[in-house]
Design a protein around this ligand. Structure first.
Ligand code: NAP
Ligand code: G4F
Length: 345
């Protein structure tokens, strides 16, 4: 029989890729949207699945709304991807972030407990919870020390998911996913900010990209591979928590170098901290500058994950390399910029 999946955060990067994968597997896919305007469906349109996903209106801030949707959809699997997911914004909107990312998870779990307790539940947890890391590489056993209201809010989401599994025997999994990127990544995140800027710089639409802390390091993977892991977690005999990462850590400087290289630029670095600049070796022009505006009150300096349990139990392994990721994002953005230019003419 056809399985039914409910994905919250359907307009987001992961929501799009997960919906596409589940549709290909024959699922009936409901996408929960909080009604933020028609243009926000660009990812589902780019993936050519907009007509296939059944959109339902649900805001994680509204309990009765969540309950009604669970009652209507009666999902077999629920993927809770909805979140205020931008770390920087969580310092400006800590209460809203917590209401969505912490209590939002609880609203969903309570609704499931009362209405559809047999549904399998995936919670989108994050490497941000490791924060000021206690050891490297991080594993499922590494203690948490979040460094932002976002990280703290996600920690509640993680533990309440574990708690519903332990208290009520519900099939609840928490995926500790490290950064994953793609051409569908939001422009506010550093990789996509860089890849889109490279495309625009190449066509003379902007002079440089202005960044924050370019020395931070992340374990960066490819988003379509990470949504496969979410699905695999819910297909196991028993619910559990899994860490998903590549096992490699790279700085923002490294990502920027590779991104610019894809468009034919060679970056030469000068200075450090806020005085850092990235210069085009051929022309001497400044292509990368740094501004304190993009620094965070508390930073997660370096993340690197060890996904051994996921490899052994789920059979999950990353495939796309860091260099391939940077290149494919820039190539996609160069095409987008070309389309923008040609449709403007
Ligand atoms: P994303 O692109 O920011 O998507 C998040 C989605 O959540 C957006 O579509 C947003 O809707 C929706 N949302 C926000 N507040 C909501 C509310 N009150 N009610 C209902 N929906 C709401 O995030 P992503 O990169 O796809 O990530 C998916 C999930 O994984 C998030 O929970 C994120 O925190 C987590 N995560 C991401 C990564 C990563 O590297 N990408 C790593 C670890 C964990 P609008 O479109 O209306 O704004
Ligand atoms: O791209 P970012 O904003 O991603 P961040 O903070 O790591 O969070 C992302 O990954 C998490 C998983 O660990 C998710 F849970 C979360 O939802 C989100 O998807 O920033 C990455 C790094 C940071 O250290 C930041 O300080 O890049 C640094 N950075 C330097 N310049 C910048 C910039 N970040 C942004 N967004 N913009 C800059 O100009």
């Amino acid at each position: 029989m056809k399985k039914t999946a409910l994905i919250t955060g359907i307009r987001g990067q992961d929501g799009g890729y997960l919906a596409k994968m589940l549709l290909e597997k024959g699922y009936e896919v409901y996408g929960a949207d909080r009604r933020s305007g028609e243009t926000g469906f660009w990812r589902l349109k780019e993936l050519a699945i907009y007509e296939d996903v059944k959109i339902v209106y649900m805001d994680l801030l509204e309990l009765t709304n969540v309950m009604k949707i669970i009652e209507k959809v009666k999902p077999d699997e629920v993927y809770n991807l909805a979140a205020q997911s931008f770390v920087q914004a969580s310092f400006d909107q800590p209460l809203l972030t917590s209401d969505i990312n912490s209590l939002g998870v609880l609203r969903l779990l309570e609704s499931l407990r009362v209405i559809q307790p047999d549904a399998k539940f995936y919670q989108a947890s994050t490497s941000e919870m490791f924060g000021k890391v206690e050891h490297s590489p991080q594993t499922e056993a590494t203690p948490f020390h979040p460094r932002s209201p976002y990280g703290v809010s996600k920690l509640f989401g993680h533990w309440i998911t574990v708690n519903y599994r332990e208290s009520y025997g519900m099939f609840c999994c928490s995926g500790l996913l490290f950064n994953h990127e793609s051409p569908l990544r939001g422009l506010e995140f550093v990789t996509r900010k860089i890849s889109y800027s490279v495309g625009r710089i190449l066509y003379g639409l902007q002079n440089k990209v202005v960044l924050g802390n370019v020395d931070a390091k992340r374990d960066w993977g490819y988003a379509p591979e990470y949504v496969e892991a979410m699905h695999l977690m819910l297909q196991q005999s028993n619910p559990d928590d899994y860490l998903i990462a590549t096992g490699e850590s790279h700085s923002i400087r490294e990502f920027a170098e590779l991104a610019f290289k894809t468009a034919g630029y060679q970056i030469e670095w000068k200075g450090d901290g806020v005085n850092t600049t990235g210069i085009d070796r051929k022309t001497g022009k400044v292509l990368i500058a740094v501004n304190k505006e993009f620094y965070r009150p508390a930073e997660v300096d370096a993340l690197i994950g060890r996904a051994e349990k996921s490899s052994k139990t789920l059979g999950w392994k990353p495939k796309i390399t860091f260099a391939e990721l940077a290149a494919l994002m820039v190539e996609a953005d160069i095409k987008r910029v070309e389309t923008e230019i040609s449709t403007r003419k």
